[in-house]
Design a protein around this ligand. Structure first.
Ligand code: ADP
Ligand code: ASP
Ligand code: MG
Length: 445
């Protein structure tokens, strides 16, 4: 059984970091499967290049390409010590950058965009494999485009991934380090595609499940899942352990450390996920597994850009099929609903994709009076929130007593209670929750 180790953008963000990663992945001496992101900032630059090309501004795109090329050529000098590997990598980069430049000439569509955005991971993995080979490690690069595949609904196809990857692994037995690109894949039509921003975590989880790995380690720039958003709240702390459901709720509701859907493949395969800090490899990090710790609130997360839609209708009173009609409208615009609350005559729902909100509201008006609140935010409190537990709701509500709450959702799972508030109140809400839940230690029952 193998370990899967995934390193994010900051972890491979400079030649020095690439060397540290190389030391970490070779430390055990055991065969290891490594998933790498693009160097930090690169995917953003590639998105910027695509934006210029969509806007038919090849000069703008070329400026970004030139700056990126200069940066990478500098990295080559720092990373490798032999002229042989410097030249090998320069030759590779030459081809990469001429590919980027060639897309400034023709018609630009989402097909070209996905091809451009994929190059960040292709570059970082080639650079690290070349470095490992230069220092004498038996490392091999496996092309993610040969086995990562999504289906017609743009969902990963685990059966295909497993079949392809198993075959590729059996053709390459005896290596110490197997490296592949996170994020990138092919779609059902064989075209280059990706698993959306932050998707390298998802690759690691899918690969771990396909290989039946003993553990999936996600290495990043912080020592595990913190109990609140460290970008907003001070004095957050790493959580030692989460069960799969708790981690999935946190990832879905805004904890950026994990891609929203990346917990699922590991959970179904029963493979523990460990979150570790590349800058402090000895810190314990967070383990995500099947264990359920009772009686504890573990963490809080927040998801922005939420729109709340309320429909009030006297027709809902004693009517059957009302909710179905409402849901069908959202479904017809492929707009998932996050939160929902009902009363005798009304229903409120929240969505995070507001691109069809005008059409949805127009159709809902056939059935009742509709109101819309934008710039809202979901605050999700995660832990053992089994309904039989006493007092947790009170503590959480106490923390939010000064904040207007638009919706509350509780009882959908045993692991969370969620609140919809104004985005403008988010910081205050998160700070209050940290103070009440984690600094007074009142979260343990
Ligand atoms: P990577 O590039 O390694 O994938 P990300 O930037 O995607 O890293 O995720 C790590 C970042 O997630 C951290 O630097 C931190 O700012 C942010 N983050 C947001 N919420 C949390 C949380 N609850 N716990 C830990 N980190 C969080
Ligand atoms: N490089 C991609 C991004 O920046 C994927 C990832 O890092 O997970 O979104
Ligand atoms: Mg990430």
């Amino acid at each position: 059984m193998m370990k899967v180790m995934k390193f994010g953008g900051t972890s491979v963000g400079s030649p020095e970091r690439m060397k540290s990663v190389s030391a970490l992945i070779t430390k055990s001496g055991e065969p290891t499967f490594v998933v790498l992101s693009a160097m930090s900032g690169t995917t953003n630059s590639l998105v910027e290049i695509s934006d210029y090309l969509y806007k038919k501004n090849p000069e703008g795109a070329n400026e970004v390409i030139n700056a990126l090329e200069k940066k990478y050529l500098g990295h080559v000098e720092e990373l490798y010590s032999t002229e042989e590997y410097k030249q090998k990598t320069r030759d590779f980069l030459k081809e990469e950058f001429s590919l980027l430049r060639s897309s400034t000439k023709d018609l630009f569509t989402s097909f070209e965009e996905k091809c451009i955005v994929a190059q960040g991971e292709i570059i970082s993995t080639n650079m690290v494999v070349n470095y490992l080979q230069e220092i004498g490690v038996k490392a091999i690069l496996l092309n993610a485009l040969d086995f990562m595949r999504t289906d017609k609904n743009s969902e990963p196809d685990p059966q295909y991934i497993k079949k392809k990857l198993t075959a590729i692994m059996s053709q390459n037995e005896g290596c110490q380090i197997y490296i592949t690109q996170g994020f990138i894949c092919r779609n059902a039509y064989g075209e280059i595609d990706n698993l959306l921003r932050g998707g390298s975590d998802y690759t690691a989880s899918l690969v771990g499940a396909a290989l039946q790995a003993e553990e999936i380690d996600i290495w990043t720039d912080i020592d595990g899942m913190h109990n609140n958003d460290p970008r907003i709240v001070e004095k957050t702390e790493a959580v030692d352990q989460l069960n799969f459901e708790e981690a999935a709720e946190l990832a879905y509701f805004g904890a950026k450390i994990l891609h929203p859907t990346c917990v699922q493949p590991a959970k179904y395969a029963g493979i523990p996920v460990r979150l570790k800090n590349t800058m402090a490899p000895d810190a314990a990090g967070t383990i995500i597994d099947n264990v359920l710790v009772r009686g504890k609130i573990k963490a809080v997360a927040a998801k922005d850009n939420i729109t709340a839609i309320k429909i009030k209708s006297s027709r809902m009173l004693l009517a059957t099929g009302f909710l179905r009609k409402v849901f069908e409208i959202f479904e017809s615009y492929q707009t998932p609903i996050d939160m929902i609350t009902t009363s005798e005559v009304g229903v409120s729902m929240s969505i995070d994709n507001a691109s069809h909100v005008t059409e949805i509201v127009d159709e809902l008006k056939k059935y009742g009076t509709v109101t819309v609140d934008s710039d809202m935010c979901i605050i999700c409190v995660v832990g053992d929130l089994d309904w039989a537990n006493l007092g947790f709701e009170t503590i959480v509500l106490e923390a939010l007593k000064d904040i207007p709450v638009r919706m509350i959702s509780y009882g959908g799972s045993n692991y969370n209670i969620s609140f919809l508030i104004r985005e403008a109140d988010k910081k205050r809400a998160l700070q209050n929750l940290s103070r009440v839940l984690f600094q007074n230690k009142t979260n343990e029952r």
